[in-house]
Design a protein around this ligand. Structure first.
Ligand SMILES: C[S@@+](CC[C@H](N)C(=O)[O-])C[C@H]1O[C@@H](n2cnc3c(N)ncnc32)[C@H](O)[C@@H]1O
Length: 276
C-alpha cells in the first residue's frame, strides 16, 4: 500500500506510508460511526437530497461514509473520489462488491469529474485552501441544477464537561495553525461572500447539528476519536504542545462518570442553477 502521492498532497493528508493509511482509516471509521446517524437525519430533511439521483462524495477516504449512505438511502447512485491511493484501495477492497464506485483523483485537478446532481464534501474543505477553486470545480461536475453539501466539525461550538482546557486548547491551536497555513477549516463563514458574488449559486441552508453523549467514556468511540485527534495534531500540526499531558487529561475525563460531550457539526447546502 505504499504509494506515490500527487504533487499537491499536503502533510495533513499524507498517506504515503502504510501506517498513516491505517491511522486515517481508523479515525475515519470512528467519525462515521459517531456522527453519520445525526447527519443522515439532517440530510433526509433536505429537498436537494430528496431529489438527488446521483451523488459524488469528494474526498471519500476509506468509503465507509458512502457505504453507510447507500444502506440508509439505497435508491441513489454513488461515486467516491479521493486523492489518497491507499484509502481508495481500502474503499474498493471493502465496498466495490456492493456496487459502489471509487476512483483515485484530485478534485481540484483537471480530469473530468463523474457527473452528478449532488456533491458532498465531508471533512474535506478543511484540507483545501480556496473556496473559489472548490466552487469552480463543483460547477464543472454538477448537472445544470445541482447542489453541494459541505459538512465540517465546528470546534468553537463544541463542548465537553467537565472542561478539558488542554484538549480544547489543542484543537483551537490546531485550527489556528491550519488557518494560518491558508486552509479553510475555520473559515466557512467566508463562503457566503464568495457565493453572493456568483449568479448561479446561492446558500440554500446553513445549519448546525450536534452529537451529544454522556460518560463514562472510558473505552468508547468518543474517547477513541479524541485520542486520534490528538495523534493527528501531533503528527500534522507543525507546532509544539504538551501532547502527552493532553492525553492524560482525556484519560482522566474518560473515567469520570458525570462527563459529557457535545460535538457540533455545520452543514451548508449550496444550490447551483446554471440557467440563472
Ligand atoms: C478527513 S478525510 C474525510 C473522508 C470522508 N469524507 C469521511 O468523512 O469519512 C478527508 C479526505 O479528503 C481527501 N482529499 C483532500 N484533498 C483532496 C483533493 N484535492 N481531492 C480529492 N480528495 C481530497 C483526503 O485524501 C482524505 O481522504
Amino acid at each position: 500500500l505504499t504509494t506515490t502521492l500527487p504533487h499537491n498532497a499536503n502533510r495533513l493528508i499524507d498517506t504515503s506510508e502504510r501506517a498513516a493509511v491505517d491511522e486515517w482509516d481508523e479515525l475515519l471509521g470512528l467519525q462515521v460511526d459517531l456522527f453519520a446517524a445525526v447527519e443522515f437525519n439532517c440530510l433526509s430533511r433536505m429537498e436537494a437530497w430528496a431529489h438527488a439521483q446521483s451523488v459524488l462524495e469528494v474526498g471519500c477516504g476509506n468509503g465507509r461514509y458512502l457505504a453507510q449512505l447507500r444502506s440508509r438511502f439505497p435508491k441513489k447512485d454513488y461515486v467516491g473520489i479521493d486523492l489518497s491511493p491507499g484509502l481508495i484501495a481500502i474503499a474498493n477492497q471493502r465496498h466495490r462488491r456492493s456496487g459502489l464506485r471509487f476512483e483515485q483523483g484530485d478534485f481540484l485537478g483537471t480530469r473530468p469529474l463523474p457527473r452528478c446532481d449532488l456533491m458532498i464534501l465531508r471533512f474535506v474543505v478543511q484540507h483545501l485552501d480556496s473556496f473559489d477553486a472548490i466552487i469552480k470545480r463543483a460547477a464543472e461536475g454538477l448537472e445544470p441544477k445541482g447542489s453541494v453539501i459541505i459538512i465540517e466539525c465546528d470546534v468553537a461550538r463544541s463542548a465537553v464537561s467537565p472542561p478539558m482546557p488542554l484538549f480544547s486548547g489543542l484543537l483551537a491551536a490546531f485550527e489556528a495553525h491550519q488557518s494560518a497555513e491558508g486552509r479553510l477549516r475555520a473559515r466557512l463563514d467566508q463562503l457566503a461572500t464568495v457565493i453572493e458574488s456568483l449568479n448561479a449559486w446561492r446558500i440554500a441552508s446553513d445549519a448546525w447539528i450536534s452529537v451529544s453523549a454522556r460518560g463514562p467514556f472510558l473505552g468508547t468511540k468518543t474517547e477513541a476519536v479524541f485520542e486520534k485527534w490528538i495523534d493527528l495534531c501531533e503528527r500534522a500540526g507543525g507546532f509544539a504542545y504538551p501532547f502527552d499531558e493532553t492525553r492524560e487529561e482525556v484519560a482522566r475525563w474518560g473515567h469520570d462518570g458525570a462527563a459529557s460531550s457535545m460535538i457540533a457539526l455545520r452543514m451548508v447546502e449550496l444550490a447551483y442553477d446554471r440557467g440563472a
